[in-house]
Design a protein around this ligand. Structure first.
Ligand code: MN
Length: 273
């Protein structure tokens, strides 16, 4: 039997090539082509614990990463308190937020987060985004629930730019929703509000942060909360002067190269040695 026509599977023969190709197609319909890098899973686990330790998430909130081998998949814990997440709790989803290992919606008894659609819909429209945090961190809420804009108080929060947009769920889910991003339609509207920004606030709910890596998104989620506390203090003291857009952009560029430093500090507090 001759080798496969294009020469990519020498030795298999034509029939062997077709069988392999078919098997690969069937396999990829259920799982990503290759397992995610264990180092990425470790980062997602560490991120869950760090965000709890730093007061960004509590029993609620979540952090995801885009799959490093398949951009149409993302990794997110099953529904549980973030501080308790282990690698075994991480599930894989397609960008419509269907669990990949869950043909009947219940993967090995694992229940997905109700609001996983936040992640899938942002990954769909933001190819630059590799990680996302959703939280209800408390200092941010005054800026989600009033017309006072959250804006960068210092260089560390330069990623806030001219101030995050605020998502109004009533525009898509009406005035009687339970406030949750519980389907793709609401997730899509949130992603549209986020646009090209790093952060969006969610009226009556919390916020979402997006970035190019797990480390960067943890940095942004933590410093969104820190900046909100500082801004509340500044508003009490007087009339704050914020970074302008050019200062914010320049500061973000510098800080994006420095995220390893706080990550190492945050991680050593929460991960076993
Ligand atoms: Mn939520």
């Amino acid at each position: 039997m001759p080798d496969c026509p294009c020469g990519c599977f020498p030795g298999l023969g034509r029939r062997g090539f077709l069988a392999s190709a078919l098997a690969a197609t069937t396999f990829s319909a259920a799982f990503a082509a290759e397992p995610a890098d264990p180092a990425l899973l470790d980062d997602v686990v560490a991120a869950n614990r760090i965000l709890y330790d730093q007061g960004v998430v509590d029993g609620f909130g979540h952090v995801s990463a885009r799959h490093d081998k398949d951009p149409t998949r993302y990794l997110l814990s099953r529904s549980m308190a973030p501080a308790l997440v282990t690698a075994a709790d991480i599930m894989e989803f397609d960008l419509d937020s269907n669990a990949i290992d869950a043909p009947n919606g219940v993967p090995g008894g694992r229940t997905p987060y109700l609001e996983r659609f936040i992640h899938g819909e942002i990954y769909k429209v933001r190819p630059d985004v590799m990680a996302i945090v959703h939280s209800h961190s408390p200092a941010v809420l005054p800026f989600a629930d009033t017309d006072v804009k959250l804006k960068p108080m210092n260089h560390i929060a330069g990623f806030l730019g001219d101030g995050p947009p605020v998502f109004e769920i009533r525009t898509v889910a009406g005035a009687e929703s339970d406030m949750l991003v519980r389907n793709n339609e609401i997730g899509k509207a949130l992603a549209e509000t986020l646009g090209s920004n790093s952060v969006a606030l969610m009226r009556g709910h919390g916020s979402v942060a997006a970035a190019q890596s797990v480390k960067h998104v943890v940095f942004r989620a933590i410093y969104t909360e820190v900046n909100a506390r500082t801004e509340i203090q500044a508003l009490i003291v007087g009339n704050p002067v914020f970074l302008n857009e050019k200062e914010a952009a320049a500061a973000m560029k510098t800080n994006d190269g420095l995220v390893d430093r706080p990550w190492a500090l945050w991680k050593q507090r929460v991960m076993p040695k």
